[in-house]
Design a protein around this ligand. Structure first.
Ligand code: CIR
Length: 255
């Protein structure tokens, strides 16, 4: 990965979509400081940051992951499940156009990038409150010609597939087995989160390093016991908007 599209935290973040959590006040200054530290951490890993300006009228626009799926061969612009988030796509399309051939999910399909986990040429897609079968069928049409296999997975109890499972090594997933069944991922190894840390399955792998939030020390100990020593970065303020580490960037290779 050598480039990350990010976006400044919107001043209207307090009006974000919420699905599972209670609304609590969000400290905009702290959210921005933490997001800046996240970008600096990515820079430290050799990633160039392409930071988009703030969008005052788009509360959730910092969560750029949901707007596109960027693969080596092309990118797929999503149609977010939350109507309030659909205007986020236009600026992302402009940012991605120089780098990738673009496809778009169209109605009645809905898809959030947080529901998409690509492991090699297999793309797992969560069937969630945000992403539906029509979108998954469209993904198959667009991406099968590039050699991808699309597998849909029922997600329950959490917002997105990547709330429940993310990749932490070439052959290993970090998983909350309460929210997603590991039987969906044949041939892969698993590290289970500590059951007392239900949001702990969202880690971000960048150029061989795993970024992880300090809020989950028991699961971190499990990662370390498996030989994975994460770099800690705190996005807890955006957690109040139901965001996590993967949500805050679109990572890809430009070469
Ligand atoms: C939303 O509900 O859409 C935002 N408040 C949070 C989106 C988090 N995105 C992600 O997990 N990929």
């Amino acid at each position: 990965m050598d480039i990350a599209i990010t976006r400044l935290v919107s001043p209207s973040i307090e009006r974000c979509e919420l699905t599972l959590q209670e609304r609590t006040p969000i400290d905009l200054t702290l959210a921005r400081q933490q997001h800046h530290a996240y970008e600096e951490t990515l820079r430290g890993l050799g990633v160039e940051i392409y930071s988009l300006p703030e969008e005052p009228d788009l509360p959730d626009s910092v969560f750029v992951e949901d707007t596109a799926i960027v693969l080596d061969e092309c990118a797929l612009l999503t149609r977010p499940g939350a109507v309030s988030r659909r205007p986020e796509i236009e600026s992302i399309a402009r940012a991605l156009a120089p780098y990738r051939k673009l496809f778009s999910i169209h109605a009645p399909g809905t898809l959030d990038g947080g529901d998409v986990l690509a492991v090699g040429k297999t793309i797992f897609v969560g069937l969630s409150s945000r992403s539906n079968k029509a979108a998954i069928d469209q993904m198959r049409t667009f991406l099968t010609p590039y050699g991808y296999t699309i597998k849909s997975i029922r997600v329950t109890g959490c917002l997105h597939l990547k709330s429940a499972v993310t990749q932490v090594a070439a052959d290993t997933l970090l998983v909350n087995p309460v929210w997603v069944d590991t039987v969906n991922f044949p041939g892969l190894k698993f590290i289970e989160i500590d059951p007392s840390e239900q949001y702990a399955a969202n880690a971000l792998m960048v150029n061989g390093t795993v970024l992880y939030q300090p809020a989950y020390p028991k699961t971190q100990a499990r990662l370390e016991a498996a030989g994975i020593f994460p770099l800690l970065v705190d996005e807890s303020e955006l957690g109040k908007a139901e965001g996590a580490l993967t949500c805050c960037s679109l990572l890809f290779t430009t070469a």
